[in-house]
Design a protein around this ligand. Structure first.
Ligand SMILES: [Zn+2]
Length: 141
């Protein structure tokens, strides 16, 4: 399997428990469960593409809050079949990306979630099905 690049410079660290819950896969969110993993990132920290592919479109985490932004990356080449969704990322680039290319900057979540561990929410899909992001990123966490 092709190696996935960290989405931040250096080693990724995932969000543990804070006042808003846990950033781990499967954590409770009321009636739903958290389908991604939260990677700790300070506001305006550089966010890198984990895979080679194409930036397809923006992806919005909340229908009622367009200030929160994100991006969908579709893999090609060694990464064909993979898709990565990143939420709370601003300043998006578009078109072809290689692993490690800059694709945006982390947003500041303090006004929406005061006291939360600032992070980028990441979902990983393979053949359009959400998978546990810890598997492809094992070497990064
Ligand atoms: Zn999350």
């Amino acid at each position: 399997m092709a190696e996935f690049h960290s989405i931040v410079e250096g080693r990724m660290q995932s969000r543990g428990r804070d006042a808003f819950g846990s950033g781990q896969p499967g954590a409770s969110r009321g009636h739903r469960s958290h389908m991604g993993i939260d990677v700790i990132a300070f506001p305006m920290q550089k966010i890198l593409s984990p895979i080679g592919g194409e930036v397809i479109r923006e992806a919005f985490p909340y229908k009622d809050d367009p200030s929160m932004r994100g991006v969908l990356i579709r893999g090609n080449g060694d990464y064909t079949g993979w898709e990565i969704k990143l939420f709370y990322v601003l300043g998006l680039f578009s078109g072809e990306v290689r692993p490690g290319d800059l694709i945006g900057h982390a947003q500041n979540l303090a006004s929406k979630y005061p006291g939360i561990t600032n992070h980028v929410h990441m979902e990983v899909l393979r053949s359009s099905i959400k998978v546990d992001p810890r598997e492809p990123f094992r070497q990064c966490f």
